[in-house]
Design a protein around this ligand. Structure first.
Ligand code: NI
Length: 406
C-alpha cells in the first residue's frame, strides 16, 4: 500500500477529531457525572475498559487495582530502525470538592467532583484511541495508552505504575501528557522546555517547651515565642539562600498552640509547604530548613522536631521531545495557536514518568471564548470549554503518529 503524505494524515485526523467530538463530549460528561477519588476509580476503570473493548482495543493486564493500560499496534511497514512505542497518558481521578455548577451533567457523587479536568483528559485519550485504532495501517510502531489513577493524592498513581513495571514492560521511546488550563484560550496549547511544575514537600514542625503561668514566663520555656522566631528565621531560605532567578516558595500555613490568655502552652505545631523547581536547590533548602529550626529552637531553649514529607518531584520537560511536540502542534493547529507556557508552582505526578522516559507535558487551553478563564482548577465552579476536547484529541493523535514517523 502506498503511504499517505503526512499532510493528508493531518487532514484525516482533523476530520476524525471533528466527527467524534460529540461522542467525546458524551464520554466526558459521563465520566464527569460519576467522579471517584484517588485510588477508588473502580467505576471509571470499568467504563474506560468497556469503551476500549467496544472499539476493539483489548486492555492489557491490570497493573494496579484501578487505572487502565492498553496498546494499539500499528501495522504500517517500518522502513528503517527498530520498532518503537510512544506513550500517551491521562489521569482519571477526581477531587473532594462539592460541585457548584448548574449544568445537566453535574457530579452525582456528593462531595466529589472532577474539578481538575481529569474527566476531560480521560475522554480525550479515549477519543484518541478511537482515531488511532482506525488508522492502525498508517501507524509505524505502537501506541501505549496510560489511564493513570490517583494523580491528586500522594504518593500518586504514576510511581506505583512505574514500580509495577509499566515502563520496563512496554519501553516507550517517548511519553506525552496534557492538562486542561483555564488561563490559556480554548483551541490553543502552551508548551515549555525544561522545568514546568514544582516539587512539593510538606513541612511539619513541632516545638516542645515547658508551659506555665503567663505571669511568670521566666519559669517556662515558651514554644510560642520560639515558633514566631522560627517562622521569621525561615524567611531567609527563599530571600537569602535561593538565587533570585530560581522559583521557590516556603509558606507556613498552620500554627496551633495554646488555648487561654493566661497559660503559656507546652507545645506548638506548625505545618506548611515548600515548592522548588530545581532538585539540587530542593535538597539544600531541606537541609537548611532543618538546621534553622534546630538552631533557633536551641537559642530559645526549646526542642523542635522537623518532618519533611517529600511529594512529587520537579516536572521537567525534555527539550528535544518538547521541540517535537511544538513542531507537531504548529503543523496541526497552526503557529498562532501554540504558545509559551508559564511555569507553575503546582505539582503533577507525570513528573515521575518524565524522570524515566523523555517526554513533554503541555497545557491545553480551556478558557471559554469571549468569557475568559472562568473558574480555576480545583474550584467548585471549574467548567472548562468542551470545544477544547477536539483540539486535545486531534493533537494527541497527530503527535503520536508524527513521533513514530520520525
Ligand atoms: Ni490535575
Amino acid at each position: 500500500m502506498q503511504a499517505e503524505p503526512f499532510s493528508a494524515i493531518a487532514n484525516r485526523i482533523r476530520k476524525a477529531a471533528r466527527e467524534i467530538q460529540p461522542e467525546v463530549v458524551n464520554l466526558r460528561r459521563e465520566i464527569h457525572r460519576h467522579p471517584e477519588l484517588s485510588f477508588q476509580e473502580f467505576r471509571t476503570t470499568a467504563f474506560i475498559k468497556e469503551y476500549l473493548e467496544s472499539i476493539a482495543i483489548i486492555p492489557e493486564p491490570q497493573l494496579l487495582e484501578t487505572g487502565v493500560v492498553a496498546l494499539i499496534r500499528g501495522t504500517a511497514p517500518i522502513s528503517s530502525g527498530t520498532r518503537r512505542t510512544v506513550a500517551l497518558r491521562a489521569d482519571i481521578d477526581a477531587l473532594p470538592v462539592q460541585e457548584e455548577n448548574a449544568h445537566g451533567f453535574c457530579s452525582q457523587n456528593s462531595g466529589c467532583m472532577h474539578a481538575c479536568g481529569h474527566d476531560m483528559h480521560s475522554a480525550m485519550l479515549l477519543g484518541t484511541a478511537k482515531i488511532l485504532s482506525a488508522m492502525r495501517d498508517q501507524i509505524k510502531g505502537d501506541v501505549l495508552l496510560i489511564f493513570q489513577p490517583a494523580e491528586e493524592k500522594a504518593p500518586g498513581g504514576a510511581k506505583p505504575m512505574i514500580d509495577a513495571g509499566l515502563l520496563e514492560k512496554y519501553r516507550p521511546a517517548a511519553i506525552f501528557g496534557q492538562h486542561c488550563f483555564p488561563s490559556v484560550p480554548s483551541g490553543s496549547v502552551a508548551l515549555c522546555k525544561g522545568p514546568l511544575m514544582a516539587a512539593t514537600d510538606e513541612v511539619h514542625i513541632t516545638v516542645n517547651g515547658q508551659g506555665g503561668h503567663a505571669s511568670a514566663p521566666h519559669k517556662t520555656r515558651d514554644p510560642i515565642l520560639a515558633s514566631a522566631q522560627i517562622i521569621t528565621a525561615l524567611q531567609h531560605l527563599v530571600s537569602r539562600l535561593t538565587p533570585p532567578h530560581e522559583p521557590a516558595v516556603l509558606s507556613i500555613c498552620s500554627i496551633n498552640g495554646g488555648n487561654a490568655t493566661n497559660v503559656i502552652p507546652g507545645k506548638v505545631s506548625m505545618s506548611g509547604t515548600m515548592r522548588t523547581m530545581n532538585e539540587e536547590l530542593r535538597s539544600i533548602l531541606h537541609e537548611r530548613l532543618e538546621r534553622t529550626v534546630r538552631q533557633v529552637a536551641d537559642a530559645f531553649d526549646v526542642k523542635a522536631d522537623v518532618e519533611i514529607r517529600t511529594g512529587y518531584p520537579v516536572l521537567s520537560n525534555d527539550p528535544d521531545m518538547t521541540d517535537i511536540a511544538w513542531d507537531a502542534a504548529k503543523e496541526f493547529l497552526g503557529e498562532e495557536r501554540v504558545l509559551n507556557s508559564e511555569k507553575l508552582m503546582t505539582a503533577e505526578d507525570f513528573a515521575y514518568f518524565l524522570r524515566e522516559c523523555p517526554g513533554t507535558f503541555w497545557q491545553l487551553g480551556t478558557a471559554v471564548d469571549g468569557i475568559g478563564p472562568g473558574n480555576n482548577l480545583h474550584s467548585p465552579g471549574f467548567d472548562p470549554d468542551e470545544s477544547a476536547l477536539e483540539t486535545g484529541v486531534g493533537l494527541m493523535s497527530y503527535l503520536a503518529m508524527r513521533f513514530l514517523e520520525r
